[in-house]
Design a protein around this ligand. Structure first.
Ligand SMILES: Cc1cc2nc3c(=O)[nH]c(=O)nc-3n(C[C@H](O)[C@H](O)[C@H](O)COP(=O)(O)OP(=O)(O)OC[C@H]3O[C@@H](n4cnc5c(N)ncnc54)[C@H](O)[C@@H]3O)c2cc1C
Length: 418
C-alpha cells in the first residue's frame, strides 16, 4: 500500500509546516524543545498537572496564558482551531485526510491542538442541533478560547452504562432546576462551562429520558471539587448540583432527545495520529538517553538483554500503532466509518503506552524508585516512574478496555453478545 502524500497533500503539509514555523508563539517553541513524555509539573502542594493548552490558558503563568491565546487566535485565522468544523462556522472545513496531516504536523513540531472538548465535541453538536442564538453565543468564543468547556456526562453510577445517569432536571417556568452529581470531569477545574446530560423523564426508557444542556459552572449551586489521582495528579473533578437554574434556552436539541444529541460527531478524524507520534517520540528519547554517559550509568538493570528486547518490541509496536492510524484515516478518506478499528487502536495504544513506561522503569533499576522529577538521581526527570502511574487511567478513560473489547468482539469479529 502506498501511504506517500499525493501532490495536493504534500502542498497542504508544507502549508501547515510553514504556518507553524511562522506563527507558533515563542512559549511553545521553548516547550517543544523539552523531550517527549516529560514528567508532569507540580504545584506547591505536590499536586501534579499536565501543562496542556487548556492549563496554559486558564491557570498558566502570564507568559503561558499569552502564548495559548496567541496560538488559538493564529489558528482561528485559518479556521484551524477547529479543523473539522464547516467554514461557515469559523472552522477549517478540512477533509479527514487534511485533518490527519494537520494533527501529525502539530504533534511532530510540538505545537498543541487547541479548544479541547469544546472544539472536538460541543461545537459539532451545536452546529448540528443548536439554535441560531446558541451558535452565535458560543461558537466564536469556543474557537478563540474565551470559553473552555468540559464534558459532564459520567456519574458515580453511570460510566460504561452512561444511559443510567440520574442527575435530575425538572422544568420550572423558563428554567430547569438541576440536582445531582457528575464525576471524572476532565478539565473541569479549567472550564467555565460544562455540556451535560441530565435526566428529564425518569419514567421513560433510559435512553429516551435524557436531555443535553449547557451549564455555566460559575452559577450558584454548582460546586466543582478536585479528584486527585493515585499519582497525585489533578486531571479530573467531581461536581455537585443543588437547585441549579439552567435556562431552557440553554437546552440543545429537543427535551428527552439528549442521548442522540450527545452522540453527534461531524467528520472528525479518529486515527489518533497524535498518540502514535507521541509514542514514537517517547521511545526515541529513551533510546537517546540510554546512549549518554548518564544513561549508561543509570541503566542498572541486571538483565540488559531482556530490556533491550523490550525496547525493540516497543519500537515495533509504535510502528504498528502508526499503521492503525493510517488504516483508520484511509477508511475515513474512503467515506467509511471506522468502528471496531478505532477500538482496536485504543486498546493497543493504551497497552503499549503503559508497557513502555514499565520498561523505562525496569531499565533504571533502583533509580526508578525516585518520584521527584527534580532529584539529580532521577533518570530523565523520573518521567517513566511518574508516567507509569499516570498512564493507568488510559485503560478506563474514553471507554474502558473491556467495553472496547466488547465492541471488537461483536462488531468486528461477529461473536455473539453475552
Ligand atoms: C482519566 C479519566 C478521564 C475521564 N474524563 C471524563 C470526562 O471528561 N467526562 C466524563 O463524562 N467522563 C470522563 N471519564 C469517565 C469515563 O468515561 C468512565 O470512567 C468510564 O466510561 C468507565 O465508567 P465507570 O468509571 O463508571 O466504570 P464502570 O462502568 O462501573 O466499570 C467498572 C468495571 O466494569 C467493567 N465493565 C462495565 N460494564 C461492562 C460490560 N458491559 N462488559 C464488560 N465489562 C464491563 C469496566 O470495564 C470496568 O473494568 C473519565 C475517566 C477517567 C479515568
Amino acid at each position: 500500500m502506498n501511504w506517500e502524500d499525493t501532490k495536493e497533500q504534500n502542498n497542504f503539509r508544507a502549508a501547515v509546516q510553514n504556518f507553524i514555523k511562522d506563527r507558533l508563539p515563542q512559549y511553545y517553541r521553548e516547550k517543544s524543545k523539552k523531550p517527549a513524555g516529560t514528567a508532569l509539573q507540580a504545584d506547591e502542594n505536590g499536586i501534579q498537572y499536565h501543562e496542556d493548552w487548556q492549563h496554559d490558558l486558564a491557570l498558566g503563568s502570564d507568559e503561558a496564558k499569552k502564548g495559548a491565546k496567541e496560538w488559538a487566535e493564529a489558528l482561528a485565522e485559518n479556521g484551524w482551531s477547529a479543523p473539522h468544523w464547516p467554514k461557515e462556522y469559523g472552522g477549517g472545513g478540512l477533509s479527514s485526510m487534511e485533518q490527519f496531516i494537520f494533527k501529525q504536523e502539530l504533534a511532530l513540531n510540538g505545537a498543541p491542538l487547541v479548544g479541547g472538548s469544546g472544539v472536538a465535541m460541543l461545537g459539532p453538536t451545536l452546529i448540528h442541533h443548536g439554535t441560531e442564538e446558541q451558535k452565535k453565543e458560543f461558537l466564536p468564543k469556543t474557537l478563540n478560547g474565551d470559553i473552555l468547556w468540559a464534558q459532564g456526562y459520567s456519574e458515580p453510577g453511570a460510566g460504561s452504562d452512561l444511559a443510567s445517569l440520574q442527575t435530575r432536571a425538572v422544568k420550572d417556568g423558563d428554567n430547569y432546576i438541576v440536582n445531582g452529581q457528575k464525576i471524572w470531569t476532565s478539565q473541569g477545574h479549567k472550564a467555565t462551562w460544562f455540556f451535560m446530560l441530565v435526566r428529564t423523564d425518569p419514567e421513560a426508557p433510559k435512553h429516551r429520558g435524557i436531555t443535553f444542556v449547557l451549564a455555566d459552572t460559575r452559577e450558584n449551586g454548582v460546586e466543582v471539587r478536585p479528584l486527585i489521582s493515585g499519582g497525585w495528579e489533578h486531571a479530573t473533578n467531581e461536581s455537585f448540583y443543588t437547585d441549579v437554574k439552567i435556562p431552557i434556552s440553554r437546552r440543545v436539541g429537543e427535551e428527552n432527545r439528549g442521548w442522540y444529541v450527545g452522540m453527534t460527531l461531524l467528520d472528525y478524524e479518529r486515527s489518533n495520529i497524535t498518540g502514535a507520534v507521541e509514542l514514537k517520540k517517547d521511545i526515541q528519547s529513551l533510546i537517546k538517553f540510554l546512549k549518554t554517559e548518564e544513561g549508561v550509568k543509570k541503566s542498572t538493570v541486571k538483565d540488559r538483554a531482556s530490556v533491550k528486547n523490550k525496547i525493540v518490541d516497543h519500537f515495533i509496536e509504535a510502528e504498528v500503532l502508526n499503521n492503525f492510524a493510517m488504516r483508520i484515516i484511509s477508511m475515513q478518506a474512503a467515506d467509511q466509518i471506522p468502528n471496531y478499528e478505532a477500538s482496536t487502536s485504543k486498546v493497543f495504544g493504551a497497552s503499549v503506552q503503559q508497557q513502555l513506561q514499565q520498561t523505562g522503569m525496569k531499565t533504571f533499576g533502583l533509580y526508578a524508585q525516585i518520584w521527584d522529577s527534580l532529584s539529580k538521581w532521577a533518570p530523565m526527570n523520573a518521567r517513566f516512574t511518574q508516567n507509569s502511574v499516570h498512564s493507568i487511567s488510559r485503560t478506563i478513560a474514553g471507554g474502558t478496555n473491556e467495553i472496547q473489547r466488547n465492541i471488537i468482539a461483536t462488531r468486528g469479529l461477529g461473536l455473539p453478545r453475552g
